[in-house]
Design a binder for this molecule. Structure first.
Ligand code: F6R
Length: 241
């Protein structure tokens, strides 16, 4: 496991450098997390793309998860996040964006189909964040370490954490999501885990230095052979002690 602890102003640069170092040339398959932490990485990639330093327009973007019940055009959907924050700035065409279809009448079927697509494609580098409860994608505590893409219930903690994206209203945060499983995520050739802020300190320490166990889903990354962690000092502080 490679670890870089960097201050806020260098976080995006360190994350983008780490990503580009692991990403194969050509038409890479890039697994993308949503949420707050990777936003500055995506902004940095957009800046490099506009400046001609990188060209990811042939990439295929594979999302980790999607809320059940939100349409792709809903601005809160992860489909919209991937389109607006990642694909558009990088010039990735809509045909190269893969997000679980949370608005399908049968989300279980959508999850199974997504699992098959991701398995067939193979992800080169998976960008991931960590929840304050140790979740990885929307695999909440208790998720089997070998789980596959499926419909899951979101914990109160996760809905509270994500209420900030829904105008602060927890009741507006969907109760269910389709998420890649822990087993699905671990098939990626490389994982880039980003963690920032004091709210992640306990979860990060438990995930990286505690036992590998279902109650800390991100701990499964200890079993992955190629993980890069970019953390800020606040997220890393419990590791150092
Ligand atoms: C997002 C995802 C989540 C987030 C995690 C951290 O696609 O799967 O696991 O990575 O909740 O979110 P932020 O970065 O908003 O703290």
């Amino acid at each position: 496991m490679r670890v870089t602890v960097v201050d806020d102003e260098k976080f995006a640069i360190a994350a983008a450098d780490a990503l580009m170092a692991r990403l194969p040339a050509g038409a890479p398959r890039l697994g993308v997390a949503t949420g707050g932490t990777p936003m500055r990485l995506y902004a940095e990639l957009g800046r490099r793309s506009r400046g001609g330093e990188i060209d990811l327009s042939d990439a295929t973007l594979v999302a980790l998860d999607e809320y059940v019940g939100l349409d792709v055009d809903d601005r809160h959907s992860y489909a919209a996040y991937v389109r607006v924050r990642i694909a558009d700035p990088l010039g990735v065409p809509p045909a190269n964006i893969l997000v679980p279809q949370g608005s399908r009448e049968d989300p279980e079927a959508a999850a199974a189909e997504f699992e098959a697509v991701v398995a067939g494609l193979g992800v080169d580098v998976q960008i991931a964040g960590i929840g304050s409860n140790g979740h990885l994608a929307f695999n909440e505590p208790g998720s089997p370490l070998d789980s596959m893409t499926r419909v899951v219930g979101l914990s109160e903690q996760t809905r509270r954490d994500n209420a900030r994206f829904f105008g602060g209203r927890i009741e507006a945060v969907p109760r269910y999501a389709i998420t890649q499983g822990l087993g699905t995520i671990c098939r990626a050739r490389s994982v880039l885990l980003l963690a920032a802020g004091p709210a992640k300190a306990d979860a990060l320490a438990a995930a990286l230095s505690g036992p590998v166990a279902a109650d800390v889903p991100a701990s499964v990354l200890q079993r992955h052979p190629d993980v890069t962690v970019i953390a800020d000092p606040a997220a890393w502080c419990k590791m150092a002690s």
